[in-house]
Write a protein that binds this ligand. Sequence first.
Ligand code: LLP
Length: 431
Amino acid sequence: MIHSGSLQINSKQHLKIGGCDTVDLAAEYGTPLYVMDEGLIRENCRRYRQALQLCYPHGRVLYAGKAFLTLAMADLVKEAGLGLDVVSGGELYLALKAGFPAKDICFHGNNKSGVELQEALRAGVGRIVVDSLVELQELCALVQSQQQKTAVLLRFKPGIEAHTHDYIQTGQDDSKFGLGFAEILQAVRIALHAAPFLELKGFHCHIGSQIFQLESFALAARSMLRLMSAVKKETGFLACELDMGGGLGIRYLQVDNPPSIEDFVQTVARAVKEAATEEGYPLPDLLLEPGRSIVGEAGLTLYRVGVIKDLPGIRRYVAVDGGMMDNIRPALYQARYAAVLANKAAREATQKVTVAGKACESGDLLIEHINLPPVEKDDLLAVLSTGAYCYALASNYNCHPRPAVVFVRNGKSRLVVRRETYADLIALHQS
Ligand code: LLP
């Protein structure tokens, strides 16, 4: 059941994460509770950096903040020596408040507003990843009128169908993200014309998320080098940077067998090097933007079990004190999760149950058909691998306050986001 190295069971048969007893964490901070193993996040950052350093020294890893971003996380990323991807004025604001160096921030988004572009320019972000011709024209006008320099990448859709859920594929031709080949040529000409204020560095792609097939990334890399070579022939522009995005999958279920961080980085690096040689293209600096594979397996969510309903011959529903408000992924992507009865972690899983959330939606089922030890009211359930895209996508549906987030490391815990209160729920309302 327990599939992550950061989880253990202690002599009381309680689940431990980062050296902390989950039963104690629930007692101290309440439930539902997001718990993140800070040691594992740091280790994943280190592995990314080291892997890239080994096989592609002219490279940089940027953490994709959309997966999970708080002030403490931004601090951690900075300390770990990674850059940061942000995708909105709000994420940029958070990063700057955390003291994240603007030059190490890359600004994304398929529909950045004029205000967001101005905020990015004012902050002096390291890169803006341009997603459309309209955005490029707006940016050119801004930098020229403000006489301010900025470095940009152009996002290309490489026409790769990644094997993942439809909603999290992004590189295929029919996508709201990025530019097609003809638009890229136009964009390069516009950007070159806007020099020296606009410094075109190169190209970006991101083919999707939760991808297990490394070949998809290699195909994307080849496609990017072909693009770069064709652009050079047409316009003379030589790109010095290639950003291959994120997308490496993680283990949600015991049967999942995702490639390692090292294999992912090696595959991308090798494909870029080989394709560059084939195309006779000078090696560009390589950027990677992992999100899920840095934080996903480091997180779990603790829930208190409430009502248990037996529907004879149908199923047993075990309702917990959270649900789609703190984890929309099962409802949105049919995502599947594993769970452990955290206060009885060593007991044999003998009963098949469905874990239901408490939102007013029949579809609010966190896990359908999971084997657990006999569950009783007030047991503590830990849903595993919830570190990515759970807190980030959390809502106040049904006026449920959002849970707290706690970092654990070496047997110590610290609150990094306090639990919302009822007062928080109406703090912005006017009557
Ligand atoms: N770079 C870009 C431009 C992206 O759009 C994304 C994710 C990443 C990097 C990071 O990808 P990762 O390494 O985390 O796969 N909410 C969905 C996932 C959406 C991913 C959006 N873009 C989910 O919960 O599965």
